[in-house]
Design a protein around this ligand. Structure first.
Ligand SMILES: Cc1ncc(COP(=O)(O)O)c(C=O)c1O
Length: 485
């Protein structure tokens, strides 16, 4: 599922390239536990900015970066616990924070999970081929960034309606930026562009398709999953009841598979936009939760392990974005009990992070959770990525007043109900799984046998995590040859 069959001649070229550029690669074990990273790398990080295009930043592909713009080394996993004054529910809602990855989003990890195995095995030739990163935004930012660190050319593909911040940054980092028609949910157009590129440029490119690359699944299973485990240890949490993740490529939700091995009763909730309810209703449509919901079921989404679908109204996300980031909104939250110090954490939630918070509130209400119950969720990126969206809504909706704050809180926090959700039974899950047929077999040419294996073969999903150790051995060997050459 992850091709690590060695192509020795290309592998040697990649080693030579890394030697020339002084590039070493982190292992999965190091991303999980950065304490194991050698001292000289930590020293170098003390002089390096979080987003600097410097290969040492490959060692910042971890949830445990010190939350600093420059010079940070490692600390605890970055997370926030959402106070009850904001969630309105007794259940504890804890969110990992993606802002402190290079590029400001954890997607840089998913791209590394896809690129590293190809690089160390020689299935991607960094000296001659371009890495293509099809995405709705943060994945191609991460991919272009990692490509640049590794000194290889990249092509970023994303829909034209994604935020201005993403395009501006990409134009500086990616070799080529291709904007495809439409918005967030127009992934078919991205796939079409990939086929076109394949036809035109063939062997000159390698497409790292996050929607079907198991390196993406593996990275989240191993790294995001164990980051949550380590937060549990830090906070003394013995049992986790829910894991909520919106699905874009279906990578982040894989951490839930890991958590189920620790907490077998945990419920995994897949969140999507109500305006594009593909999992809930085989639906379609445009929406404003950037990064998620792409009118198909990603190949790497382990539907068999998904317990609940939660559709979130994008209007609630936008309203809460303003509540959390406008002066009057913050004053209102303080009046209803939010600790003044917590205000600094509010911008750590980007739009999809807010969507995950809403989905977590809905899950807590659905299962009537109380103060002993714990839900984990994810803030993929932060408001750093949405200044232009805030500006847009200020212009469109006008100033955000105390009255607006009260109304938004009543509607989008207290007003969350258990509507637009579905707890999945065996055949509901099978129905979602079967939707993969149309995208992946009919449209993208995968073998129906593989589709059936995902459902019927008991070892299919269990075999993937075993790849981490094998990849680590190859990374270690690769690094040894880079150094010793
Ligand atoms: C902002 C944002 N949120 C959520 C997601 C969804 O994460 P995943 O692709 O791992 O399902 C993405 C994916 O690109 C994203 O950019």
């Amino acid at each position: 599922m992850i091709n690590i069959t060695l192509n020795e001649s290309v592998r040697k070229k990649n080693i030579q390239r890394c030697r020339e550029k002084g590039i070493l690669l982190p292992t999965f074990a190091q991303m999980k536990n950065p304490e194991a990273i050698p001292g000289e790398i930590k020293e170098k990080l003390k002089e390096t900015g979080l987003w600097d295009v410097d290969p040492v930043n490959l060692f910042r592909i971890t949830w445990q970066n010190e939350p600093k713009e420059k010079g940070g080394v490692y600390g605890d996993v970055n997370f926030i616990e959402i106070p009850k004054s904001i969630s309105g529910v007794d259940a504890r809602i804890i969110a990992l924070v993606g802002k402190w990855f290079p590029t400001g989003a954890h997607k840089v990890g998913a791209t590394y999970g896809c690129l590293a195995p190809a690089l160390i095995s020689g299935n991607f030739n960094s000296t001659e081929q371009k890495a293509v990163w099809p995405s709705t935004g943060n994945y191609c930012r991460g991919g272009a960034y990692n490509s640049e660190l590794l000194g290889c050319d990249s092509i970023a593909i994303l829909p034209e309606e994604m935020s201005q911040e993403r395009f501006e940054w990409l134009s500086r980092i990616a070799g080529e930026v291709i904007a495809t028609p439409g918005c967030e949910s127009n992934v078919k157009e991205i796939f079409d562009k990939c086929h076109e590129l394949n036809g035109e440029r063939g062997d000159d490119i390698v497409i790292f398709n996050q929607f079907d690359e198991f390196g993406n699944y593996l990275w989240h299973y191993e790294i995001t999953g164990s980051a949550i485990e380590s937060v549990c240890k830090k906070l003394g949490i013995k049992s986790v009841n829910g894991y909520v993740s919106s699905t874009g490529s279906g990578g982040t939700i894989a951490a839930g598979d890991y958590l189920k091995t620790l907490f077998p009763n945990l419920k995994i909730g897949a969140a999507e936009a109500l305006q594009c309810p593909t999992l809930l209703r085989n639906g379609f449509g445009g929406h404003r939760i950037e990064g998620i919901g792409d009118k198909h079921v990603p190949w790497i989404h382990n539907v068999k392990n998904t317990d609940m679908i939660i559709a979130v109204d994008d209007e609630d996300c936008i309203s809460l974005m303003r509540l959390f980031n406008e002066k009057e909104g913050i004053s209102f939250l303080e009046r209803v009990g939010m600790d003044r110090d917590f205000a600094a954490n509010l911008p750590l939630m980007g739009i999809s992070g807010i969507g995950n918070l809403i989905a977590s509130i809905k899950m807590a209400k659905y299962y009537e959770m109380d103060g002993d119950d714990v839900i984990f969720t994810i803030c993929t990126d932060s408001m750093e990525m949405y200044d232009s969206r805030m500006k847009e809504y200020r212009e469109k909706q006008g100033a955000f007043t105390a009255e607006d704050a009260r109304a938004v809180y009543a509607r989008s926090v207290e007003g969350q109900k258990i509507d637009s959700m579905k707890e999945l039974n065996y055949y509901d899950r099978l129905a979602v799984h079967n939707l993969k047929y149309y995208t992946w077999v009919e449209q993208q040419g995968k073998d129906v046998k593989d589709l059936n294996s995902q459902w019927y073969d008991k070892s299919y999903w269990k075999d993937i995590p075993e790849m981490a150790d094998k990849i680590d051995k190859l990374i270690e060997e690769f690094n040894r040859e880079v150094i010793s050459g």
